[in-house]
Design a protein around this ligand. Sequence first.
Ligand code: AMP
Ligand code: GLY
Length: 429
Amino acid sequence: MKLLVIGSGGREHALVWKLKQSMHVEKIWCVPGNGGIAAEAECLTADAGDVASIVRLAEKIHPDLTVVGPELPLVNGLTDAFRLRNWPVVGPSKQAAQLEGSKVFSKEFLLRHKIPTANLYGTYDAARDACDALNGVAWPAVIKADGLCAGKGVFLAPDKTAGKDFIERVMERGELGTGGKRILLEDALEGDELSFMILTDGERYAPLVPTRDHKRAFDGNEGPNTGGMGAYSADDLLPDELRRTILTKILEPTLRGLAADGIPYQGFLYIGLMLTKSSPMVLEFNCRLGDPETQAIVARMDFDLAEVLRDVAAGKLDPSKLRWKRGASVCVVLTSAGYPGKYTSGKPIDGLTSLSEQTGVVVFHAGTKLDSSKILTNGGRVLGVTALGSSLDGALAAVYSATEKIHFDGMHYRKDIGARTSRLKAAGD
Ligand code: AMP
Ligand code: GLY
């Protein structure tokens, strides 16, 4: 098979790395890729969010299968354009991707199908109405911009003043672009978060190993929200009873709800859960794999991903093919100084070559670029150091010892990935 992978993050590097191990795979192209992906696949230049240019490119190269990493091409309808041409592709349709593309759509879906989620106060198109509604809520409360906002659209507001400020920035000053034209207001939930992902061909589904992301920039869950500073997966992250509850009370009602609404769903579905004291509740849906959760998930895959994704595109998923390495895996993200705020790129990265020999550790690139023979930083999240271990402690020891060998100017990472943390704290402060 000749594969096309869309995207440029650590998630896509992890996918390319795993797909390349398949005996069925002859070649991989990646659009647009990054400095690390360039060593494993042929990177082609095109805007991943621009459906027409990806279609033009696919017309030239004829991939046997296309795998879409990020949400933007999905929300923009890339898979619809491919299916129209009978080109095999993995990823939900534009309509199904609304589960991530519109928080209002997904909240209405959750409420309509009685899937446990935070209580909704209301949805608002005008800043004045939204600010008025703040008079009737319990604090802290959560304010969400409706559209895609690159991880910046959710604010855990500690009080009315902070809530009003966020609403004005988003709805009046347009700081998050069109994604912030409409907002919703809901109760804040407390607990540990869990990223629960599945792969489905529209009929059958297979859960992936459970993971936990760490969203705040600094240790102890301090600082602003980021795209994710690290993730881990471990056998004991999801006890059997909780797993059964998630399947019967959340996942299966979601799949039934999609079918009842006439929305076929094929691809990866990410359910962001809050494990509250009473029960798991849905925080959000994503229409794709998580980043950096994917790096930790891929490390535990004990199956041929290319074969399984080919089956999904053909509507023939065999869930028993998804086998997992026992134990644990960890991904620690190394970021540029200043991320998730302003940061500078173009810093040389040292220490990568000494790691290529270390068994059980893989460094997935995110914001990097290859400049002649040198790898330079090229984004906020730069690298994801990932390790597998027979226990979480073993995986953590391997990952942190590898991390110490890498260096670039301003490099930052969290030292407490894998630690349980459930403090409720205002986002963005
Ligand atoms: P989202 O953009 O919907 O993925 O949400 C990003 C993050 O915001 C989640 O991972 C949670 O940490 C937080 N969050 C979202 N909704 C709530 C809520 N109702 N209560 C508490 N935290 C939330
Ligand atoms: N790590 C969270 C996400 O990918 O949305």
